[in-house]
Design a protein around this ligand. Structure first.
Ligand code: ZN
Length: 377
């Protein structure tokens, strides 16, 4: 008699040892139903600095939706803002703005099949507005964000719109793919600037996104000048081949940029959300007729004052960039071609049970470009 071990492709455990043949497929499917229909478990933030475990009934995907088993998730700045009680998210909420995972069930009319490995990007689309109804989800009139306006991915299963998922090629590991939104946002920022080869681009904030933007700027054959207040973050940036870095604690950034650019100042500049460089100073890096991009996910309840004098007198365009989802496929190609390096950002990897502890540890540390990766079992 022939025997074979059957591995559930959702929970990765050997579930049966049975007679080889027709029953093999049937038992996998039966187990799949049981597994995917188990109750969903999650961590939710119930009050500032406090997590509780949360369970809810299983959901099935409707037409246009897929159910995914969450595999990897990266703790991001919006998550930390919510954890500290500084974000606009209404509590309780499950944090987590994006994830990598595997499709385990599909509703009608999706391009995915069970077992597809996918990246889920942070932007949510209402599905009701004129743009969504005509399939132009990226122009949604009522966009939301996972982990802020709705529950995110700190849970084992999630039912989401198929349009939020990008299928991952074999060449890209989940640990790399989890950075796709950063790359897609960087591409969106540079497309918005409409840069030419050799342009100097000032980037305020050697955050994860800031350093990835500097890498993508080099790939676009322009010249990034990365400005920050943290020597550790700037050192990490230099390890990625970012040549011009300025620490505003030890150098006058305006003077250095003036000299580097022959007095013209940067053609364009990006100010990263969460940057330690004041907005007014970032705006001063842009030369006349340039573009000043405010980049990232601004979820804070506090507003900031705006440097209007320099912007008005120099005819600078100010543009907010917070959604790069339409560039996700471009970002996949850049990762696959090794145009951008992301794995050195992962400082540590922890499991599902360690989540409250690691949030508490990160909250008491200075903001860093290094990231904590969470792997679900
Ligand atoms: Zn919409």
């Amino acid at each position: 008699m022939a025997f074979i071990g059957i591995v559930c492709d959702a929970c990765k455990i050997i579930v049966e040892t049975v007679l080889f043949g027709y029953w093999v497929r049937r038992l996998i499917d039966n187990h799949g139903e049981k597994c995917y229909n188990a109750s969903m478990r999650a961590w939710q933030i119930t009050s500032p600095r406090n997590f509780d475990k949360f369970e809810s009934a299983s959901e099935k995907p409707e037409a246009g939706f897929v159910k995914i088993k969450v595999g990897q998730y990266l703790i991001t700045s919006p998550d930390m803002e919510t954890y500290l009680g500084n974000s606009t998210a209404a509590l309780p909420i499950i944090p987590g703005d994006s994830c990598c995972g595997m499709v385990v069930q599909t509703g009608e009319g999706t391009e995915f099949v069970r077992g597809d490995r996918v990246y889920v990007h942070p932007q949510m689309y209402c599905g009701q507005c004129t743009a969504c109804k005509s399939g132009r989800f990226f122009n949604c009139e009522n966009p939301g964000q996972f982990g802020i306006t709705a529950n995110g991915f700190l849970r084992d299963f999630a039912v989401i719109r198929a349009v939020n998922c990008t299928k991952l090629p074999e060449r890209i590991d989940n640990d790399e793919a989890i950075f796709l939104d950063y790359i897609a946002l960087a591409v969106q920022a540079l497309n918005t600037m409409d840069i030419d080869k050799g342009d100097f681009i000032a980037i305020s904030g050697a955050t994860t996104l800031g350093i990835i933007l500097a890498q993508v700027t080099l790939y676009f054959q322009a010249v990034p000048i990365l400005v920050d207040t943290s020597e550790a973050n700037l050192e990490l940036a230099r390890s990625f081949g970012i040549y011009y870095t300025i620490n505003t604690k030890t150098e006058f950034a305006d003077k250095r940029i003036f000299h580097l650019t022959g007095g013209k100042m940067a053609k364009h500049a990006a100010h990263l959300v969460g940057s330690g460089v004041p907005l007014k100073q970032s705006a001063s890096f842009v030369g006349a007729n340039g573009k000043f991009i405010l980049l990232g996910r601004f979820v804070s309840r506090e507003d900031v004052s705006f440097p209007i004098a320099h912007i008005m007198t120099n005819n600078i365009s100010v543009i907010g960039v917070t959604d790069g989802a339409k560039n996700t496929q471009v970002a996949v190609n850049m990762l696959a071609n090794k145009a951008v390096s992301v794995l050195p950002f992962i400082e540590k990897t922890v499991g599902y049970e360690d989540i409250p502890k690691v949030f508490a540890q990160n909250a008491d540390k200075a903001p860093s470009a290094y990231k904590t990766l969470i792997k679900f079992d």
